[in-house]
Design a protein around this ligand. Structure first.
Ligand code: NAP
Length: 273
């Protein structure tokens, strides 16, 4: 049931809200008493999410924007200011990965993923975090991944980008201590969303056999941790254990395990699995 806030509803700006984890986060924040500003490239899907969250008593503003484009961060800040919207919660969720060896996978896509996962996340944290600090309240929820806890051969750029997100968010949270603003890193394991298709996963990859959580489970854990002002959350018991054990596993062994999960097999021996 939607919470009944006493004053006007605070506003959560959510990137990548047109589907997957971002859409589920939009519902969680709406249920938790927030109005929303939803950003992604697909205007029609955003409009559908905006309509759906009305059931929780939320008003949602839609912005169709390619965040990877140069200047998009400044454009988004100007759009929000032009509408007179102040951001109380920033959710940096938009992101993607590219499967394959660094030297073989699409280079433009790999660089684009760094732009979105790293550069834009950093830029929006700074642009919207500053006014939060001035007001003495607010929070940033950055979507990392369990990929953040180890290097990832055959998806190297993605794993490294998420290690950045985790490290950046923990450090930012420390810098914001005593300001009334906090930052939370949400580190999901595998979730069935549009992510796998965009990354060009195929059934030969060991990773695709791992148990998956739903976007709703992940969003619920992320919103709860955000509200508790927790620095890091890893939803799912198995994901938590695997992420924590990565820190004490010898690096060579870790690289072999992830290589085994990420590498596509060419021999067709996966047929039937
Ligand atoms: N699924 C998993 O297994 C998993 C696990 C751990 C972490 N994560 C992380 O969770 C986050 C959400 O991913 P997801 O799994 O929900 O994948 P998804 O279903 O593919 O959703 C990605 C979202 O980002 C948006 N987006 C992509 N490129 C964009 C761009 N250039 N500008 C603006 N918006 C853009 C997409 O919308 P448009 O296409 O409409 O732009 C979509 O709303 C990502 O950061 C991902 O790395 C996913």
């Amino acid at each position: 049931m939607a919470k009944k806030p006493k004053g006007p509803r605070p506003l959560a700006l959510i990137t990548g809200a047109s589907g997957g984890i971002g859409e589920a986060l939009a519902h969680e924040f709406a249920k938790g008493g927030y109005d929303l500003a939803l950003v992604a490239r697909s205007e029609g899907k955003l409009a559908a999410v905006a309509k759906a969250v009305e059931a929780h008593g939320a008003t949602a503003h839609v912005t169709a924007l390619d965040l990877e484009a140069r200047g998009a961060g400044a454009d988004l800040e100007a759009i929000m200011a032009g509408r007179g919207l102040k951001v109380d919660a920033l959710v940096n969720n938009a992101g993607y990965g590219v499967a394959g060896a660094v030297l073989d996978a699409d280079l433009a896509a790999q660089l684009g993923s760094i732009d979105l996962n790293v550069r834009v996340l950093t830029e929006l944290s700074a642009r919207f975090g500053g006014p939060m600090r001035e007001r003495g309240r607010g929070g940033i929820l950055n979507v990392a991944s369990t990929a953040a806890f180890q290097p990832g051969p055959y998806m190297a750029v993605y794993y490294a980008s998420k290690a950045f997100v985790l490290s950046f968010t923990e450090a930012l949270n420390r810098e914001l201590k005593d300001t009334g603003v906090h930052a939370t890193a949400l580190c999901p394991g595998p979730v069935a969303t549009g992510f796998q298709a965009r990354a060009e996963f195929d059934a030969s990859m060991g990773l695709t056999k791992l148990p998956m959580q739903t976007a709703e489970q992940v969003a619920r854990a992320g919103f709860t941790a955000f509200r508790r002002r927790q620095a890091v959350v890893i939803p799912g018991g198995m994901n938590f254990v695997m992420a924590k054990s990565a820190g004490v596993t010898p690096r060579g062994m870790l690289l072999s395990i992830v290589e085994g999960m990420q590498k596509k097999r060419q021999d067709g021996s996966h047929a039937g699995h």
